[in-house]
Ligand binder design. Sequence first.
Ligand code: AOF
Ligand code: ZN
Length: 355
Amino acid sequence: MDLAIDLAKKGRGRVNPNPLVGAVIVKDGVIIGSGYHEQYGGLHAERQALAVCTQSAVGATLYVTLEPCCHYGKTPPCTEAIIENKISRVVIGSTDPNPQVSGKGIEILRQQGITVITGVRETACQEMNAVFFHYIKNRTPYVLMKYAMTLDGKIATYTGKSKWITGEEARIAVHQTRNEVAGIMVGINTILKDDPQLSCRIDGGRNPSRIICDTHLRTPLSSRVVKSADKIPTYLATCSRDQKKIKRFEIMGCNILTVSREGDHLGLNELMRKLGAAGIDSILLEGGGTLNFSALKSGIVKKLQVYLAPKIFGGVTAKTPVEGLGLADPEEAFQFTDRKIKIFGEDICLEYIKR
Ligand code: AOF
Ligand code: ZN
């Protein structure tokens, strides 16, 4: 199962919004086939493993990280392939929360006299597919809020400069995350201040869609995101209904998502529903402090990644990662749990799940 998990992870950033799935087929103590879900719309892991078996899979054991599907989707049911190939035992990591499957896959296999064992390395299999599990149930993206700050909690100096806070190793890790998520989201202030590309710059990487929260449609037509919108999917989320302005962005290749206002800002929950409907299952939120506070307040953040660099900037006006109005009472604090610590050279990354 550990091998199946490792294989499944190779599909990161390639299968969204479908799950990461790995499969290993074992006969008489020997691995005779293995595979994983490689591409969205491609063969499921089980069929991929069956396709490369070095000998007949009759009587073999299939280890698979997710319950086999039993529905006709982009591919025929994997349960059929398992039955046709006369596999006698199926060991499953996690059950599939997809309403089209959810226990029915296991039931069909058992009805055929196949031995089914469930819950092997279940936590690891569920963690690996946190995005899929969230998306299939809620149809909104899983939001990972990330920021890099100094030891005194600043994300820029008082002059607004932020290049760089963390070292190279941590910055590569961030690009690795960009390679894995469906979307990357920032606020208009970040666009105006940094004119970022929001692309993934590692070997063999692929770019996530870009989402800009721009209540009044102030993004410059000359910005790097707009100029490359014909190559990388770019969403401008706005409350503006200025059709003339909207048209100009659309001609440049941007997708405009009109959302209602919620107080001073655009409605983030409505935006998440629209992005979910567009197939975006995961978002890396790279702030600004204003957007970060709104995101926490609206409850869309599911995970937090804080990179901490061993430097101090100081300065009462230097930007901090979460701004907005803030909270009045410590008891209202946004709470996190399930701490993980990762080390990148001299920097550390703290990872938490929203409670
Ligand atoms: C995958 N890859 O290896 C397995 C999946 O849209 P479809 O037809 O590809 O079906 C997607 C569903 O199939 C998915 O939501 C999950 O419930 C099930 N299993 N999906 O993409 C796989 N085993
Ligand atoms: Zn399947």
